[in-house]
Every structure is written in C-alpha cells, then in structure tokens.
Design a protein around this ligand. Structure first.
Ligand code: NAD
Length: 437
C-alpha cells in the first residue's frame, strides 16, 4: 500500500519507518525543513534505539521517502496518517488541535482522490467528527473516510513496541476505512497481534483512558512510597508483592520523582477537560494529577534534607535529565522543576545526561553541563539520580565518593541498595525505603 505520514516526530518517524519495513511504500511529510534535510542527510532528528538503521535500510530499499511538500507526499497515498503534536493548550490544559486541523485543511485542498485519513496523534473524543466536517468544508474529494488509530509506543522502546504491540486499536465508522487499516496492519495480524476494532469515539477515548490508568499506577505507588517512609517499609518489596498478582501487574509500579514526559501530563489534563465539557466528574484522574504535581514539587525538599536542610551555597550534581532513559526527550521532564527549585533554593547545579544535553540546554539556564558522571560529582554536596540510564546503574561509587565534597546520594529511582552505597562511605537516600520516616 501507499501511505503518507504527516508529522515526522517521535511517533511519525518511527511509525513511518516501521510501516515501510512491513513492505508498504511510505512518504513522511514534515513542515520542518531542517528536520527533513537532516533525515535526508542520514542524521536522525531524535535519539531512539535502532531508528537510524531502520530508516536507512528502508530508504535504500526504495520504500521510505521524506518531503516537506504535502501535495506531492500524499499524491499516491491510500491512507494518510496524522502524527503531528497535540500539546496542552496554555492556560486551560485542553489538547491543542491547531496542528491537526491545519494539517487536515492542507490535506483536504491537496487531495485528488478519496483517501482514508487516520489520526495517530492523541486527540480528544469527537476530533474525528470535526476532521470529517473540515474535509467537507475544504472541498476534499467525495468518499474520504476518517479513522482513529491511536499509538501506544513508548519512547526508548518505540520500534519494538510498534512491531510487537500489545494491541492495535482501530476506530472507524465505515467498512472501507476498516478494510484499509486491516490491510495496513496485516503483517502484524499474521504475528497474532490483537486488534480492537471499534467506533471512532471509543478509539479516541481508549488512548486517554490507557494513559490516565498508567499515570494512576505511578501516583498510587508514589503515595504508597510516602507511607513506606513513614512506617519503615520498603516500597520496592511492596511493589513486587502486589505486582506478582496478575490482576495488578508488575509494570508502572516504580516509585520515583513523579511522571513526566510528552504524554502523561498533557493527556491526563486533556481527559479532565473532556470530562468537564461532558459534565462528568473524574475524581480519580483529577487526584492523580494533583498528587503528581505535588510530588514533583517536593523532590527538591528531599535533596535539601539530604544536605542538612538548606540548599543555599550547596553544590548538587544531577545525573539524568530526560524524562526517562533511552530518549533525548525533555518534554515535561521531572528534572526541570527539580533543578529550578534547587536553583531557587540557592544551590549550584552541575548535570549530566548521556544524550539529552542538546534538548536540555535551552530549558535549563543557569546550570553547568558536565561531561560525565564523575565530573558531575566533583565537589558536590549531593549527587541526585533523576533518570535511570543504564550507565548510572553501575557507577564506580568509590570514585564518586572520592570526587564528592559531601556524602549524600539521593537516588530518586531506587537504582542502588543502601548497603551497597554505604560501603563507600556515602549516605543513601532512596524513595519509599524508610529513610525519611
Ligand atoms: P513531535 O513533536 O515529536 O512531532 C510532531 C511533528 O509534526 C513535528 O516534527 C512537527 O514539525 C510536525 N508538524 C506539525 N504540524 C505539521 C503540519 N501541518 N504538516 C507537517 N508536519 C507538521 O510529536 P510526537 O511526540 O511524535 O507526538 C505526536 C502525537 O503522537 C501526539 O499527539 C502525541 O500525544 C502522540 N503520541 C506520542 C507518543 C510519544 O511517545 N511521543 C506516544 C504515543 C502517542
């Protein structure tokens, strides 16, 4: 099949490359000329394991191409996926659909034959209906369909998630759209990937419900971690003890500095706005959001406690800036409010991230970027592990201890055991493991 992908970011580029790898002919379109030029020159605009090889081999096989020209890009397409950003609108938290509707208007004017328009972007319930109206208003050819196919991939494991998904959700209102999407995903059905074929509105809501549920799991275990600290229990073991129950599941039960990233914060807010408009209370999600906001704000206090109560004049080394390991994505990363509060408290901050520096630098003025873990620790009163990159899991703690001025290792991801750290004369401050009680 011939497919077009409008938006060549974390989702569009990975999805486009994977579809091409299934054997489809895919044109990825983006209005960001620098991004398209970069990809054409063989440089990936994002850091995602395995992506460069996948893109290059599919370009070589003639199945994947890139353009900034939407009209040319959709010319042969049977289906056009929309994978542009849907950030939280400033002020009210609604999903900002400006990019989606702009892409649809452009598409409607450029289309010369009926196409299936598929939203891969995360969009609120009813967006597909509005897209169908816009297609009509802008004079798109008769017979276009609109379907919803939300994406569930995780940055850092995006290719694997796309190729071996837990499920594929397709929401469509007509047989043609359903058949086209089934054909597109046929290589995955052959591998027994479950498909949920449903209505468009249900598919749209499914994505938000999934993200809200995962955010809830994180906020839940974070609150349990607080309780563990107060009563002398270990949240890691509590999480294992409950996670082995299949009804609960072990994933997303890691206590830490609160969820961040490009999806959970904006999608929980957008779901609340949808519920508000529908006049339906969502008390659980609303609490999840405020628990998480409070948690992110409280992380700097933990660091302050670890260095004796005041941050003033203290040097803090921060390990990991991206919102999770194996990505360069800094959107809504918990490191940002933490570092801002450390600076406000009068601390000096040196930070290191294996791949996030380029994206982090403009967001974190006033800090020093170190070249590696050990330079980060030099002269530090405390070292704080914020993102659990693999390379922080086996630090040479002897060298870290020698380089530091103080002794506090604030381990916001519970990467280390207390005993392991204490062997080197450091003091371990984990999350939910009794130390603050
Ligand atoms: P992104 O910001 O990385 O990429 C969006 C791209 O769209 C940008 O390159 C931008 O230049 C381009 N764009 C915007 N308007 C355009 C237009 N009119 N024509 C052509 N290109 C245009 O965003 P992302 O992280 O890939 O997210 C895209 C969508 O997928 C969002 O709705 C997000 O919620 C959803 N999603 C993201 C993830 C994730 O892990 N990042 C996972 C699942 C779903």
């Amino acid at each position: 099949m011939h497919l077009a992908m409008i938006g060549t970011g974390y989702v569009g580029l990975v999805s486009g490359a994977c579809f091409a790898d299934f054997g489809h002919h895919v044109t990825c379109i983006d209005k960001d000329t620098a991004k398209i030029d970069k990809i054409k020159a063989g440089v990936m605009p994002i850091w995602e394991p395995g992506l460069e090889g996948l893109v290059k081999s599919n370009i070589q096989h003639g199945r994947l191409s890139f353009t900034t020209d939407l009209k040319a890009g959709i010319e042969r397409a049977d289906a056009v996926f929309i994978a542009v950003g849907t950030p939280a609108r400033r002020g009210d938290g609604h999903a900002d659909l400006t990019y989606v509707y702009e892409a649809v208007r452009e598409l409607a004017k450029a289309a010369t034959k009926p196409i299936v328009v598929v939203t891969k972007s995360t969009v609120p319930v009813g967006t597909g209906d509005r897209i169908a109206e816009i297609l009509k208003e802008e004079g798109a050819p008769e017979g276009c369909s609109v379907a919803s196919n939300p994406e569930f991939l995780r940055e850092g494991a995006a290719i694997r998630d796309f190729k071996i998904p837990d499920r594929i959700v397709v929401g469509a209102e007509d047989d043609h759209a359903r058949e086209v999407l089934k054909e597109i995903y046929r290589p995955l059905f052959l591998n027994q990937a479950p498909i949920v074929l449903t209505g468009r509105r249900t598919a749209e809501l499914t994505k938000y419900a999934a993200n809200a549920f995962l955010a809830m799991k994180i906020s839940f275990i974070n609150e349990v971690a607080d309780l563990c600290e107060a009563v002398g229990a270990d949240v890691q073991e509590v999480a294992r003890g409950i996670g082995l129950d299949n009804r609960i599941g072990a994933k997303f039960l890691h206590a830490g500095p609160g969820y961040g990233g490009s999806c959970f914060p904006k999608d929980t807010l957008a779901l609340l706005r949808t519920a508000e408009e529908a006049g339906v209370e969502q008390r659980i999600i609303s609490t999840v959001v405020s628990v998480n906001d409070d948690r992110k704000a409280a992380m700097a206090d933990r660091v302050a406690k670890a260095v004796g109560g005041s941050l003033k004049g203290k040097r803090i080394g921060v390990l990991g800036l991206t919102f999770k390991p194996n990505t360069d994505d800094m959107r809504d990363a918990p490191s940002i409010p933490l570092i801002q509060r450390l600076l406000e408290g009068g601390a000096e901050v040196a930070a290191f991230d294996p791949v996030g520096r380029e994206q982090a630098e403009p967001l974190l003025p006033g800090i020093t970027f170190a070249e590696d873990e050990y330079e980060t620790a030099a002269g530090a009163d405390a070292v704080v592990i914020v993102t659990e990159w693999d390379e922080f899991r086996a630090l040479d703690l002897e060298v870290i201890a020698q380089k530091m001025k103080g002794k506090a290792l604030v381990d916001l991801r519970n990467v280390y055991d207390r005993a392991e750290v204490e062997r080197f004369g450091l003091v371990h401050f984990g999350v939910g493991r009794g130390q603050y009680g």
